[in-house]
Design a protein around this ligand. Structure first.
Ligand SMILES: CC(C)(COP(=O)(O)OP(=O)(O)OC[C@H]1O[C@@H](n2cnc3c(N)ncnc32)[C@H](O)[C@@H]1OP(=O)(O)O)[C@@H](O)C(=O)NCCC(=O)NCCS
Length: 156
């Protein structure tokens, strides 16, 4: 399949669009969504990098990660509903891993909800392994909170 996605660095001018994308992706899950201000405060922290997945100049996805010495964490990853099931998340995750590796980290961590089979499948296919759990980690509106799974990928 032709890869019609492109990857761009998240810049200061992209924050409104990135916040809208985050809301569109995580709002339906009942999770707290990141505002422009949240993103603006995040991207200036040491080691934080944001990546946009783009199709024909439009934003299709967003990922934010943080590298600290030899460890890194994936802080968020989402693909807009209209662009899902086309390999975009896989492409975005590959770009995150490439960035993390080039930054010198050797381990990438993330958290995912136990009730998020799409994301769990994405991460497992990429080689992430479950290494822990966070009880009642995800607040989902009026629903009972969902547990989170901590996953780790060792980069070689
Ligand atoms: C999870 C998410 C990022 C997947 O994005 P996507 O672009 O549709 O994923 P891709 O097309 O790249 O799929 C890659 C793999 O993910 C898994 N996957 C994606 N969507 C899936 C679904 N609805 N059900 C089951 N597996 C799914 C599959 O393993 C898939 O590989 P395959 O196509 O060979 O079966 C997207 O659904 C999303 O943004 N969800 C809301 C936000 C979220 O949950 N983010 C992750 C938080 S940890």
């Amino acid at each position: 399949m032709t890869d019609h996605f492109a990857i761009a660095k998240l810049g200061a001018l992209d924050l409104d669009r990135a916040a809208a994308l985050h809301a569109e992706s995580f709002g339906p899950l009942g999770e707290r969504t990141w505002t422009r201000q949240d993103l603006a405060e995040l991207v200036v922290l040491p080691g934080v990098a944001g990546l946009l997945l783009q199709v024909g100049g439009d934003d299709a996805g967003l990922a934010v990660c943080q590298v600290a010495a030899d460890e890194a964490e994936l802080l968020t990853l989402a693909v807009r509903p209209a662009h899902r099931r086309q390999g975009g998340a896989r492409r975005l995750l590959a770009a995150v891993i490439d960035h993390v590796r080039k930054s010198g980290a050797r381990t990438l961590f993330l958290e995912v909800g136990v009730d998020n089979p799409a994301a769990r499948s994405l991460y497992e296919a990429q080689g992430f392994c479950a290494v822990g759990e966070r009880r009642a980690y995800y607040q989902r509106g009026h629903e009972p909170p969902a547990d989170g799974i901590v996953m780790r990928l060792t980069l070689i």
